[in-house]
Design a protein around this ligand. Structure first.
Ligand SMILES: Cc1cc2nc3c(=O)[nH]c(=O)nc-3n(C[C@H](O)[C@H](O)[C@H](O)COP(=O)(O)OP(=O)(O)OC[C@H]3O[C@@H](n4cnc5c(N)ncnc54)[C@H](O)[C@@H]3O)c2cc1C
Length: 501
C-alpha cells in the first residue's frame, strides 16, 4: 500500500506539494477550509463577472512547467501563458508615466526619456541584480535551510553583494531620479516587503522578471488553479473543500493525521501544512508535542502588511488602461512608514490596478471591463475598524482612479465588492491578517523563516509563503521543491509512521 499524505490547504503551495508528493508515489488528499480552492488565488464570481482574487503576475513560468513534467504531462496541454507587455505602466503623481518592459533597448529608451542621467546607473544596477539572482535564486531558492550552518555558508556572498542592505538603499546607490527609484523598488511590496528594509537579496525579483518575462494565464489565474487540480486529480489525488482542519494529530513525536472541524479524524503517514505555520504552532498542535518556546516564538514573529482589494466591473471598456498599472502617490517613504511602522490608514494611496481584459479579452463580458485595485494597508495589529471605514476607503480609491486613470468610472460600475485585512485573518486564516505571511526581513529569511520540515514533529512539513524562500508564486512553488529535499527517502516515512502507531 502506498503511504498516505494529507495536505492542509489548496493554495499554490499546497497544490504544488500535492504534485510533488504524487510524483514520489504518495496517495494524496488535499483538505481546503474554504468553499473554493486556490487560497489567495481563488476566484470570486459575481453575475457574468469572474474576478481573480489575488495573484495575476506570473513570473518564472518554468516552475509551473516543471510541475506538469513531474507527472509526465505538458503544461501547454492544460493552460496557456500569454506574455504581458508592458510588464507594468507606472504613473507618477506629477503626471509623468513610465513603461517597465522586458526588452533591453525599449527599457533603456524609457529610462533615457524619464531620467537621462540614470541610464548608466541602471546598467550597473541590473548587473548587480543579476549577480544577486545567481546566488539568491539559482543557488538557494529551492534548497533547504535546516541548519544555521546553511545560513552561515551564504554570508560571504551576501556581504560581497551588499545584499543585507535594503533594496531601497541599493537602488539609491545607482539611481538618482526619485520616480525611477520608486519604479525599481516597489517589487518587494508584491511579496509583502517594505522596500526601505527588505534585504537587497530581493533585488533578484527585478532580474527574475527581466529574465523570464511577465505572463498571464489565459482565462485568468483561476484557470491555472483548475489546471493544477485537474493534473493532481488525474493522478488520483482527492481534493475536499469546506474541510477546515482543527488539529494535527501527533503520536509518539510523529504526525499521524488530522482532525477536521466536523469531528472526523483522518490518518496519514505524513502531513504537509499549507496553512499558516504561526497558527499551526499556536492553535493546531497539542503544545506537549512541541519543544519549549516554539509557540511563543511563533507568536512573536513579525507579519507582513495587509491589503485592501476592491473588485469592480464596468459597462464600458477602458482601452487606454494597460494590464498592470501602478499609480504612485505623492509620498513614497512616508506612506510606507504609515503602512509598516505607524500602522495608520493614510489619506493618500499608491495603487496597483489590474485590467486583465487588456491581455485576454475573455476576462470581462462583451462590452464590459473587469478590474481589481489593490492598496497596501497596515495589518490587523493596527486596530483599524474596517467595518466602519471599508466602504469610505473604497469610495476614495474609486475617486482617485476616476481622476487619474479611468474617466467616468463611477457612473459605469455595475458590480463592486471588496476585501480588507479581515478577509486575510478570518477567511484565509492568516495571523494578523497578513497578506503575504511573515514580513521578509533578514531575521525572518532562509534559516530564520519557518522551516519546511517541522523540527519537533516527525512527518510534519510546511509549504507556502511563510516558509523559505517566501511569498509570491515563484517563492511558494520553490517551497514545494524544497519539500523534495527534506522528505525522507520514499518508504521511510511509512515505516517510521508505522513504528509510531
Ligand atoms: C491580492 C494579492 C495579489 C497578489 N499578486 C501576486 C502576483 O501577481 N504574483 C505573485 O507571484 N504573487 C502575488 N501575490 C502573492 C501570492 O498570491 C501568494 O504569496 C501565494 O498565492 C500564497 O500561496 P500559499 O500557498 O502560500 O497560500 P494561500 O494561497 O493562502 O493558501 C493557503 C490555503 O490554506 C487554507 N487553509 C488555511 N488554514 C487551513 C486549515 N486549518 N484547514 C484547511 N485549510 C486551511 C486556506 O484557506 C488557503 O486556501 C498576491 C497576493 C495577494 C493577496
Amino acid at each position: 500500500m502506498k503511504p498516505q499524505a494529507i495536505v492542509i490547504g489548496s493554495g499554490f503551495g499546497g497544490l504544488a506539494a500535492a504534485v510533488r508528493l504524487l510524483a514520489r508515489g504518495y496517495r494524496v488528499r488535499v483538505l481546503e477550509a474554504l468553499d473554493t480552492p486556490g487560497g489567495r488565488a481563488r476566484v470570486f464570481a459575481r453575475g457574468d463577472f469572474q474576478f481573480d482574487a489575488g495573484p495575476t503576475v506570473i513570473t518564472a513560468p518554468y516552475l509551473f512547467d516543471e510541475l506538469f513534467a513531474c507527472l509526465g504531462k505538458r503544461r501547454e496541454d492544460y493552460v496557456e501563458f500569454l506574455p504581458v507587455d508592458p510588464f507594468y505602466r507606472c504613473k507618477f503623481d506629477d503626471g509623468e508615466s513610465f513603461d517597465y518592459v522586458g526588452d533591453d533597448e525599449r527599457l533603456l529608451g524609457e529610462i533615457e526619456r524619464l531620467s537621462p542621467k540614470d541610464v548608466d546607473g541602471y546598467r550597473k544596477l541590473v548587473r548587480h541584480a543579476e549577480r544577486i539572482f545567481d546566488i539568491g535564486y539559482t543557488e538557494l531558492a529551492d534548497q533547504p535551510f535546516s541548519r544555521l550552518s546553511d545560513m552561515l555558508r551564504i554570508v560571504p556572498d551576501l556581504t560581497r553583494l551588499s545584499a543585507y542592505r535594503s533594496v531601497y538603499s541599493l537602488v539609491e546607490r545607482y539611481i538618482k531620479d526619485d520616480r525611477l527609484r520608486q519604479v525599481l523598488t516597489f517589487e518587494p511590496l508584491l511579496v509583502g516587503g517594505n522596500p526601505m528594509r527588505v534585504p537587497g537579496i530581493y533585488l533578484l525579483i527585478h532580474w527574475l522578471e527581466r529574465k523570464w518575462g511577465v505572463h498571464f494565464a489565459k482565462g485568468g489565474t483561476g484557470a491555472l488553479v483548475q489546471a493544477l487540480i485537474r493534473l493532481i486529480e488525474e493522478s488520483g489525488a482527492e481534493l475536499e473543500v469546506n474541510a477546515p482542519v482543527d488539529e494535527i494529530l501527533v503520536k509518539n513525536g510523529s504526525a499521524r493525521g488530522v482532525r477536521l472541524a466536523d469531528g472526523r479524524e483522518l490518518t496519514a503517514d505524513i502531513v504537509v501544512a499549507n496553512a499558516d505555520p504561526t497558527l499551526v504552532y499556536t492553535q493546531m498542535i497539542d503544545p506537549r508535542a512541541l519543544s519549549f518556546g516554539r509557540a511563543a516564538r511563533a507568536k512573536n514573529k513579525r507579519q507582513s502588511m495587509s491589503l485592501f482589494v476592491g473588485y469592480f466591473g464596468t459597462n464600458k471598456t477602458f482601452e487606454d488602461t494597460r494590464h498592470h498599472t501602478i499609480l504612485l502617490g505623492p509620498r513614497y517613504q512616508g506612506l510606507l512608514a504609515d503602512i509598516f511602522d505607524r500602522r495608520t490608514l493614510a489619506d493618500d494611496f499608491s495603487l496597483y490596478l489590474h485590467r486583465p481584459a487588456a491581455t485576454d479579452r475573455s476576462m470581462a463580458p462583451e462590452g464590459h471591463d473587469a478590474f481589481y485595485v489593490l492598496s497596501p494597508v497596515p495589518n490587523q495589529k493596527s486596530g483599524i475598524s474596517w467595518g466602519e471605514v471599508s466602504e469610505r476607503y473604497f469610495d476614495a480609491i474609486l475617486g482617485e482612479l476616476e481622476e487619474r486613470e479611468l474617466p467616468g468610472l463611477r457612473q459605469s460600475i455595475v458590480t463592486k465588492f471588496s476585501v480588507d485585512p479581515r478577509y486575510f485573518e478570518e477567511d484565509l486564516r492568516s495571523k494578523d491578517g497578513a497578506a503575504f505571511g511573515l514580513e521578509p526581513v533578514l531575521h525572518q529569511s532562509a534559516y530564520f523563516r519557518y522551516q519546511n520540515a517541522c523540527p519537533d514533529v516527525m512527518g510534519l512539513y510546511f509549504v507556502g509563503a511563510n516558509t523559505h524562500p517566501g511569498a509570491g508564486l515563484p517563492g511558494v512553488l520553490c517551497s514545494a521543491k524544497v519539500l523534495e529535499h527534506v522528505l525522507p527517502p520514499f518508504g521511510a516515512a511509512h515505516t517510521a509512521a508505522q513504528g509510531a502507531a
